[in-house]
Every structure is written in C-alpha cells, then in structure tokens.
Design a protein around this ligand. Structure first.
Ligand code: TPP
Ligand code: MG
Length: 337
C-alpha cells in the first residue's frame, strides 16, 4: 500500500523489540487468517456466516497484549481476532469455521461460536450484546475470588443499542467491578451508519453517567490501543472500578463474508471515498512502515515473518478440510436438556 498515512505512534523507543514483534505477529496472524477464508467462502467450502475482522486487528492485539491468561475475555459475532489474540489455537479456529469435529466448538458452532477456555477466551456468540452480561458475571467472580484478574467484553457500536449494556454499566459502576468494556466503533451496524441510529457518533460518553471511567482512542494505532488498555487494566487491578474503552476503526470487508455482494446485488452502502480513506489507515501497513522507518526491524525480517504465518495458515486449512464433520448421531451430545 503506497499511500499509507503516517499514523503517529507514542513512545515507540521505550518498548523492547520483542514487544513490537509480538504485536505485529498477532496482527499479521489475524489478517492472514481472515483473508485465507475468502476463497473457501466464495466456493462454498465454508458455509457458515463469517464476519471478517480485517482492518480492526490493532484492537484485539493491543487489548490482549495487556492481559494475563487469568484475565477472561468475551467476544461477539466478529471474534476471530479476539480469539487468536487471547492465545486461541489457530487450527481450532479454522476447523471450527469449516464446522469440523476438530474445531474449538467441535464443529457445532462455526465462526460465531468460538471458545478457548484454557486461554481465558470464554466465548463468542452471535447475539448482539449477548456476552456483555456474561463478562460482568466473570468480572464479579474475579472480584469475589479477589484474584486480581479482569474481564473484558468486546462488542461493536451496534451493541450500544441493546439495553443490557446500560444495566451492566450501572451494576459494574455501583460495585466497582473489574470489567473492561471494549467498544469497537466501526461506524456501522450491518448496513446502518451510526449517524442514522444514534444521536451522537461517539459511544464512550454513554458510560459517564454510570461512574464508569472512559477512554476514547484511535483503534487502528496498536500502540495507542495498548496504552489505553494498560491504563484500564491498572485501574481495574487497583480496584477502582470498570472502564469503557471506545476505539474508532473500520472494517475492510463486508458485514458478513468478503464483500456485501449478496447474489450479485451490491449491498455495501458505505461511500467509496470513505472506504478508500480508511484503507490509508490500515493498522498493519502503517505499523510496519513505522517499524521499518524507525529501524526497529528490516523489511526482510517482516517479510519472513509474514511468509511463515501464511504457511501456518495454509497448513491449518489443509488439515481442517480433511477433518471429519460431527457425526449426525452425535449432534445432541453437547446439548443441555
Ligand atoms: C440481538 C441481535 N439483534 C440483531 C442481530 C443481527 N445482527 C448481527 S450483527 C449485527 C450488527 C452488529 O453491529 P456492531 O455491533 O456494530 O458490530 P460490527 O458488525 O460492526 O462489528 C446485527 C444487527 C443479532 N445478531 N442479534
Ligand atoms: Mg459496528
């Protein structure tokens, strides 16, 4: 991408090389994984609905870099990135998206039902706003156990239209619950622009009346996401109560699938100039440019990392495609009665 905008990164030199490497690696893994789903979606090898996270990687990477394995995370319908950034297994994700028995939800859930309990990723579900109260419950459990952990809920701007968010903020605010609400404001809820469904186009201010600390930051700048989240995590660990983080971002793909092109009709109503403008703020291209310009890494090192990740993703697809689907007679096996 030649017209990459120079995003201003904070306090760059104070971070060790390994830290930058790990953030970049997480973002590249997410992007390569997301883009690898496109062909199998288009030729119907993948049949479940897939909401791609391309363009929003800096949020998952920057937030999860502040968390320990004991901290718990919940996602939504667009959660491949949250799952991977929290340490979820790549093959378990890819096999799940193919609805295979080897998947993290044993092929019963598909792209929108991800879980990695061993890494503290306690679930992604498609009900908009559906995990916000679950994250509150996890955060309350952390508080009762006094284990110094925090719970994080990732959700979109669309979830701010669900009443549960306000009930959760009120309860968390009253009881100083160690809950971090991460709102990924990508300006759209399916095909509805935020300005048509909300009085304001910012979300952080909805938390102010509930005594929830708020921070709004540029979501495509991974170091800014990291620093805002670090402040939020410290606030929670110091038992000062919940934090609402709003990150501005933009999805590079359609609402569901690679583009909003349903049976030949173009349903992406986002203005082309808006899409072009946001592409110049690509979180990965900009971060790479910064790392090279600041001589933190050489282009060849980054290209080598990229090639290794592409290969890992490719191998995982190969194995997932060959894996078994759940046997029809086993389908009720994990259903609660
Ligand atoms: C309770 C509920 N209402 C409606 C839907 C349909 N739906 C799926 S995704 C979505 C939009 C969500 O927008 P946002 O929260 O901003 O997340 P984004 O897709 O932009 O990442 C909607 C309305 C749903 N899944 N659950
Ligand atoms: Mg949205």
């Amino acid at each position: 991408m030649s017209d990459v905008r120079k995003i201003k990164y904070p306090q760059s030199t104070s971070y060790p090389k390994e830290f930058h490497w790990s953030l970049l690696e997480t973002m590249v893994l997410i992007r390569r994984c997301e883009e690898s789903f496109i062909d199998p979606i288009l030729d119907r090898r993948i049949q479940c609905p897939v909401h791609l996270y391309s363009g929003e990687e800096a949020i998952a990477a920057g937030v999860c870099a502040c968390l320990t394995p004991e901290d718990t995370v919940f996602g939504n319908h667009r959660s491949h990135g949250h799952y991977l950034a929290k340490g979820g297994d790549l093959y378990g994700l890819i096999a799940e998206v193919y609805c295979k028995e080897d998947g993290c939800s044993r092929g019963r859930g598909g792209s929108m039902h991800l879980i990695s309990k061993e890494n503290g990723f306690l679930g992604a579900v498609p009900i908009v706003g559906g995990t916000i109260a679950l994250a509150l419950g996890a955060a309350l459990a952390h508080q009762i156990r006094d284990n110094n952990a925090v719970a994080v809920a990732f959700f979109g701007d669309g979830a701010a239209g669900e009443g549960v968010l306000y009930e959760v903020m009120n309860f968390a605010g009253i009881h100083d619950i160690p809950l971090i609400l991460v709102c990924e404001n990508n300006l759209y809820s399916t095909h509805m622009p935020i300005r048509e469904i909300r009085c304001r186009d910012t979300l952080f201010d909805t938390a102010i009346p509930f005594d929830v600390r708020t921070i709004r930051e540029e979501g495509n700048n991974v170091l800014k996401v990291y620093e805002a989240t670090r402040t939020a995590v410290a606030h929670c660990r110091e038992k000062k109560g919940p934090v609402f983080l709003e990150f501005s971002t933009y999805r590079q793909r359609g609402h569901v699938g690679p583009n909003d092109n349903i049976q030949g009709s173009q349903t992406d109503i986002r203005p082309p100039e808006e899409i072009r403008e946001w592409l110049t703020r690509d979180p990965i291209a900009n971060y790479k440019k910064f790392l090279i310009t600041e001589e933190i890494f050489r282009t060849e090192e980054i290209d080598e990392m990229d090639a290794m990740i592409i290969d890992r993703v490719k191998q995982a697809h190969k194995k997932a495609e060959q894996a078994n689907r759940p046997a029809p007679e086993d389908l009720p096996k994990y259903v609660f009665k």
